[in-house]
Design a protein around this ligand. Structure first.
Ligand SMILES: [Zn+2]
Length: 431
């Protein structure tokens, strides 16, 4: 067979080395050694090729808006971020939503990030952000899979007809039912919102992804109710608990029981290490809590866990650069996942796990999967996490859509090499 494109001599996340990937008609045609000719060859000898990075939790409606209305979040709290967004959002135009979202997608592509699940605020009755992002979703689909979550940022009960709005959003292109039970006015209303939202999802055949227990309060236990309703409505494997930061502060015995129930309900978890550590612990003296869900325990119980970006340059978070390797590097440290298995799981949590969580079955390193691939200036997943190197080639449906040269420093030192290549020169002596 003659291929349209072939990656030559790559390493795979499984540990296989020196492999060729042959691409034909936008699909992976063959993976093997010394494959036949191709119209285009990419010599990637010794470099890691992987399925794309996938961000399972983001806010595209708010991104790149930092300081847009002259205000910034000075306290670093979730509450100030929400208040700031509440003042900013009503003045944002469709064109402004579109321009920022499109620009972020450009940056994402350059980082090998080819799928994003974004929550979209549906507080306004006109659903301007959701309608605009539904158009953006259709516009970017040739190069990026966008999934939209109807997110009642100010609460499901902030207005009486929110259920109608969420159904309306699902009808015009929003994919997933969102929520934020811990932000309702009372715990009882939070509980009621979970039931109402799961009911909407069940009747629409939609997935559910709720911001849940995003605080340091060990008594914030909405994930328990979400887990229960997941089973009651038969939504197993289709529900995500995002953030779950209160798990960090829960009593160990309660957490152990909760995790068993979550695994039983096939609850999926998205942790946002950068934003969680930034926003949580803000009311603590020392020691300050990290505010992260119990990732090693959730993984050990068999729950699917993804690491996500959440925010970049918005009312909640002043940093970020659409790099899921930054995110997993942080998570590996903060969750004590720095052993061999933990680092492999961390790489998985920004590639395979979020793709499965979003139902992106077309991604995969196998024949007949979509030829959506990323080549990195690193030899293996561990080195990729450690160096967070350039994505030298980003490939969508068999076409190279972004290229970034590997970093190289020129040195002017007496009797020393004239150049330094981080992927090569950090190698352990004798390894
Ligand atoms: Zn979020």
């Amino acid at each position: 067979m003659s291929f349209d494109l072939a990656l030559r001599g790559v390493n795979l996340p499984t540990g296989e080395t020196g492999v060729d990937i042959g691409v034909k008609d936008g699909l992976i045609a063959e993976i093997g050694h010394q494959l036949g000719p191709a119209a285009q060859d990419i010599d990637a000898a010794g470099r890691l090729a992987t399925t794309p990075f996938v961000d399972a939790h983001f806010h595209l409606d708010a991104t790149l808006s930092l300081g847009m209305n002259g205000e910034r979040n000075e306290s670093g709290t979730l509450a100030e971020g929400i208040a700031l967004w509440g003042r900013m959002a009503p003045g944002i135009t469709a064109e402004n939503y579109r321009e920022r979202a499109m620009r972020y997608c450009d940056i994402a592509v350059s980082q090998g990030l080819l799928a994003i699940r974004t929550h979209v605020d549906v507080t306004d009755r006109e659903l301007l952000a959701a309608r605009t992002l539904a158009e953006v979703k259709r516009e970017v689909v040739p190069y990026l899979d966008l999934q939209l979550v109807a997110f009642p940022q100010m609460g499901f009960f902030c207005r009486e007809d929110m259920a109608d709005s969420i159904r309306e959003a699902l009808a015009f292109g929003v994919d997933v039912v969102g929520g934020a039970p811990h932000l309702e006015r009372t715990a009882e209303l939070g509980r009621a919102s979970i039931t109402a939202l799961c009911e909407i999802a069940a009747e629409a055949g939609a997935m559910v992804d709720m911001h849940c227990d995003e605080n340091d309060d060990p008594q914030s236990r909405h994930i328990e109710a979400l887990t229960y309703e997941t089973q009651r409505f038969g939504l197993q494997g289709r529900v995500v608990g995002s953030h779950l930061t209160s798990m960090h502060s829960m009593d160990n015995a309660y957490a152990a029981r909760l995790i068993r129930l979550m695994a039983e309900a096939e609850m999926q978890v998205v942790v946002n290490p950068a934003v969680n550590m930034h926003l949580q612990g803000r009311y603590d003296d020392y020691p300050k809590r990290r505010g992260l869900a119990r990732v090693p325990e959730l993984l050990a119980a068999g729950c699917r866990v993804a690491f996500a970006q959440d925010c970049v340059l918005d009312p909640w978070y002043p940093l970020g650069r659409a790099d899921l390797l930054d995110i997993t590097w942080l998570a590996a440290h903060a969750c004590h996942l720095t052993d061999t298995t933990g680092l492999a799981a961390s790489f998985d949590a920004v590639t395979r796990a979020p793709a499965e969580l979003m139902g992106l079955d077309h991604f995969g390193l196998r024949p007949s999967a979509s030829a959506d691939l990323v080549v990195l200036a690193a030899a293996d997943p561990l080195e990729a996490i450690r160096l967070r190197p350039a994505r030298t080639h980003v490939i969508r449906r068999g076409v190279v859509i972004a290229e970034t040269p590997a970093a190289r420093s020129a040195l002017s030192l007496p009797n020393r090499p004239s150049a330094l290549n981080p992927a090569v020169d950090f190698k352990i002596s004798g390894a």
